[in-house]
Structure formats: C-alpha cells, structure tokens
Ligand binder design. Structure first.
Ligand SMILES: C[S@@+](CC[C@H](N)C(=O)[O-])C[C@H]1O[C@@H](n2cnc3c(N)ncnc32)[C@H](O)[C@@H]1O
Length: 240
C-alpha cells in the first residue's frame, strides 16, 4: 500500500495545528490584537486588513439583524479571535453567544474587551477550544476568517461539523481560490494571511457549498469583502 502523503497524515495535521496555536498565543496574538483594534501601531497592510475584516463583520451583523429575533436566538462564534463579532453582536441584543478560540491569549483578550464593554458573562461566554472539539446546538453558527488555516478537504469536513451544530443558520468566510489569488500567493502577497510562519490556504467555494448541502444547508446570502490586502468570501446558509 502506498504511504500517505506527509501533509495529510494525522501527525502532520496535529503539528500544523500546534504551529497555528503557538503563533496565535505569541506573535500572532500581538499582531492580530493590534489589527483588530483602533491602535495606530499598524502598518499599511495591517490597516488594510483591518478595513477589509470590518466589512466582513459589518456584513454579518447586518444580515443577522435582517433575519431578526436576535434576543431569542443562540449563537456560536467559532474561532472568535478577540471578539470582533461576538461583542457587537451581544451589544445588538443577541440572546446568548458561545464564543471560542484555539488561542487562550485571544480568548483572554476577548473576555477583557467584553468586560470593559459591560457585557454580561451570562449573555456572552468565552472558552478556549479548537473548532474540532466544539459541540452543542445553536440557532446560528458563525466562523469568520478561520479557514485560512484549513486545506480544502479539512475545511469541507469542518463545514459539515459546524453545520451539524446549527439549527437554522450557518455563516462562514474564507479566502476564495481564484487563479489571480493563486498567482499572488505564489509571489508571497496573500491577504488575510496570518503570517509567513503559518501556511495559508485558499478554498474553492463550490466545495464549501457542496459540504453545506450535504449537511442540509442551502446558500442564502453571499458577499465578497475586499481591501487590497484582504479578500474574503462570506456565505450565509439556511437549513432546508
Ligand atoms: C484571522 S483570526 C479571525 C478571528 C475572528 N473570527 C474574527 O473574524 O475576528 C483567526 C482566528 O482563528 C483562530 N484559529 C485558528 N485555527 C483554529 C482552530 N483550529 N480552532 C479554533 N480557532 C482557530 C486563531 O486563534 C485566530 O484567533
């Protein structure tokens, strides 16, 4: 029998996740905490990523408000970072939000920001967890800009996993594969690129949509949020 390619082996996947975690506990935390803030200590590229990412967050918040009934709904923000989505969602009156991230540093900062904003720990609960360990059932599951760390097949598997936790809505964003982006990536200019120390993956939208369909979800809303160094496809799915 042919040996598995090294990158697909469970050991390689675990090593890559350890690398991502290590990055987001240290230099990655410092970098992304600055990007996801109002700090002036950002360079042009980082400021640009901040602007693009804010468009994604604003889109999600607008769609959720259009759907209505926020106060009666439960949310899961998977890979929440420093709470850029969860905190304003709580401020808009979401019923309950379970927000989690692989990085304890990110979660600690998110909790600090939520406390500072006066949000109750009952309404918004943070925990440190990787996506794979998440379970429970929520009206809406959201996962923004995390799939940059997932190759196509594991990302599709993760879409099915997150869809299995969602009663009504699933919202995901990811860096879409396009020939132009493949070229840019090739010359080392990738947008919401976490850093040169972790690998960044672009994903084929058709595969993500097919994975959601397998789990009983159909696409309902779609947008592309971009700034010169940020390029993120946002998809909202509904059950049915
Ligand atoms: C670019 S940030 C996006 C954060 C947040 N979703 C947002 O949009 O503000 C990516 C986040 O994904 C987290 N992450 C990466 N791999 C993860 C995994 N396997 N499970 C959970 N979180 C993960 C990182 O720690 C980081 O906080």
């Amino acid at each position: 029998m042919a040996a598995k390619p090294l990158l697909d082996s469970p050991e390689a996947k675990a090593a890559e996740k350890d690398e991502v975690k290590g990055y987001f506990e240290t230099t990655g935390f410092e970098r992304w905490n600055r990007i996801y803030s109002e700090s002036n200590e950002v360079n042009k590229v980082q400021r640009n990523i901040r602007i693009g990412h804010q468009k994604t967050v604003d889109n999600v918040l607008a769609w959720l408000q259009e759907q209505g009934n926020l106060a009666e709904r439960s949310f899961c923000d998977a890979g929440c970072g420093v709470g850029s989505l969860a905190i304003p969602l709580a401020q808009l009156g979401a019923g309950s939000i379970a927000a989690s991230d692989l990085s304890e540093a990110m979660v600690t900062e998110a909790r600090r920001r939520a406390d500072e904003a006066g949000i109750s720990r009952e309404q918004l609960q943070f925990s440190a967890s990787d996506l794979e360990s998440l379970d429970g059932r929520y009206d809406t599951v959201i996962c923004l800009d995390v799939f940059i760390h997932y190759p196509q097949a594991p990302a599709e598997e993760m879409v099915r996993h997150l869809a299995g936790m969602a009663e009504q809505h699933l919202i995901v964003s990811f860096a879409p594969y396009t020939p132009l982006l493949a070229l840019l990536k090739g010359i080392g200019q990738l947008f919401p690129g976490p850093s040169k120390t972790t690998r960044a993956y672009t994903l084929r939208e058709a595969g993500i949509v097919a994975a959601a369909a397998e789990a009983g979800f159909r696409p309902a809303r779609r947008s592309l949020n971009q700034a010169p160094f940020y390029f993120s496809r946002l998809l909202a799915f509904e059950r049915g």
